[in-house]
Design a protein around this ligand. Structure first.
Ligand code: GLU
Length: 479
């Protein structure tokens, strides 16, 4: 039994939250909730050129939208703050000094061009590209001379020959040879800490017990372990989960389709559905269950579930799960979720009666895979918005359809019962008059009233639509 773990999600605000990172956040969150621990949000914004405040704000929004609430983070009054790395610079400076005083770090004056030249040479001679230690043994005089040229040093950590080994909670024993690792930068020439350094200092000071992240960080873990050792600190447990792949088994990226949380949101995916899908991806739950509540996900979560091999992202499956959540939601709750989509499609929410809207949603929600689908369904109740499909137009162009529509229009114009009764009587009347079969009558009526050849039960549609909208639509067909 793991005792109250402290885990963290540590995004860099250099872009929109990627679904792969959201999955990492979810794993950490589920782990914390399962073991009754703490889920911490830390903002890794030391790359000044690429970090943007708008991305940071987007991150908070996306995490809140997904319902991944954090226990400690950049807001006031959290015990191990600040939680934004840009506000922790003096702390890194102290730790740099500690390492310098131990003789484990040295200033490096190499320029970008010099480093690039070294890299190229190593690649050409078929050797592993890494820093070969040019500045490792500079004399005081040499250092002064380089500084006089206006060069600001970066600080490199001295890698000594060793085997780095640890037990990954997902992947088992992991081993690295230090021969393949060059002395690495821990503080850049602009004074900002490099990721591998700040992450060690922060994970230690924030008392992180388990680091759960994507396997793309495996090689960083080697460097981080070396730093823990150098600082005389006990490292946390590490667990590296597999990454999300596209259908071609390459790491999921923009060319595969939607990848950022905000894109899924814009496409009308519900947060519960996305969370459910991400928890399921590359994993399986008791009894093959695929639709799970948060409580079930938390209860059943284990690191072993985050499988070792990559998981292929399946958009159809996500839509299927989304459709399930739409169907399950009450229409009253859905109104709130649908409002932005309706607004964008030009509907004025304040002018639509909410009871009527609820009735509409009741009959169309089973047909929807995403919230954005509402627009193609709701338009049947708004004659100004209705668009006819080609199939519907073709069907209505037939002489038999024209007759049916004319009779229907006449019947409705001269009868004024409540909608359901009116509909049932109208169909009865049409059957008697035309001697056609139910289907032959209903198809053109559906096309006329909904602009489509498929859709929800026509009687339900008519009931919600009411007599006057139906008449308006039929009149328009007849014109
Ligand atoms: N800032 C890093 C990233 O966004 C965090 C990696 C880690 O979890 O250590 O990839």
């Amino acid at each position: 039994m793991i005792k109250k773990p402290r885990v963290r999600f540590a995004p860099s605000p250099t872009g929109e939250l990627h679904v792969g990172n959201a999955r990492t956040a979810l794993f950490n969150w589920m782990f914390a909730r399962h073991h009754n621990g703490k889920f911490i949000l830390r903002i890794e914004d030391t790359d000044e050129a690429r970090s943007e405040l708008s991305y940071q704000i987007g991150l908070y929004d996306d995490l809140k939208w997904l319902g991944l609430n954090w226990d400690e983070g950049p807001e006031e009054n959290c015990p191990y703050g600040p939680y934004r790395q840009s506000e922790r610079l003096p702390i890194y400076k102290d730790y740099l000094e500690k390492l310098i005083s131990k003789g484990l770090v040295y200033p490096c004056y190499c320029t970008e061009e010099e480093l690039e030249g070294e890299r190229r040479e190593l690649i050409l001679s078929k050797r592993m590209p890494r820093y070969m230690g040019k500045c490792r043994n500079l004399t005081k005089v040499e250092k002064t001379r380089l500084e006089a040229q206006g060069r600001n040093p970066a600080f490199r950590f001295k890698i000594l020959p060793q085997v780095i080994e640890y037990e990954d909670l997902i992947r088992g024993k992991v081993k690295f040879e230090s021969d393949n690792i060059g002395d690495f930068i821990i503080v850049r020439s602009n004074g900002m800490p490099a990721y591998n350094f700040s992450v060690v200092v922060d994970d230690y000071l924030m008392k992180i017990s388990h680091v759960i992240r994507g396997e793309d960080h495996l090689s960083n873990t080697a460097l981080q372990l070396v730093l823990y050792k150098a600082l005389g600190l006990t490292p946390p447990f590490f667990a590296h989960h597999s990454l999300i792949l596209g259908k071609d088994r390459a790491k999921l990226s923009k060319r595969h389709g939607s990848v950022s949380i905000s894109e899924f949101r814009r496409r009308g995916i519900m947060p519960e559905a996305l969370i459910n899908y991400l928890a399921l991806l590359g994993s399986s739950f008791k009894g093959g269950k695929e639709i799970l509540s948060r409580e079930e996900m938390i209860r059943e979560f284990s690191l072993e579930k985050a499988s070792k091999s990559g998981a292929v992202f399946d958009d159809d499956k996500l839509l299927w799960i989304n459709a399930n959540y739409i169907r399950k939601a009450t229409s009253r709750d859905l109104i709130k979720d649908l409002a932005p989509f309706l607004h964008d499609a030009g509907y004025r929410m304040e002018e639509i009666d909410s009871d009527w809207l609820e009735e509409i949603i009741n009959i169309v929600k089973d047909e929807m895979n995403s919230l954005a689908d509402i627009n193609s369904h709701i338009e049947i109740f708004f004659p100004d918005k209705l668009k006819m499909t080609v199939e519907a137009k073709e069907l209505l162009a037939k002489d038999s359809s024209k007759i049916i529509i004319r009779y229907l229009k006449e019947y409705i114009a001269f009868n004024d019962d409540e909608p359901r009764k009116l509909y049932i009587n109208a169909i009865k009347h049409l059957k008697e008059k035309t001697r056609l079969k139910n289907r032959e009558i209903l198809m053109p009526i559906r096309a006329a009233l909904t602009g489509k050849t498929k859709g929800p039960e026509l009687e339900e549609v008519f009931k919600v639509m009411g007599r006057s909208i139906a008449l308006e639509l039929l009149q328009r067909i007849a014109d």
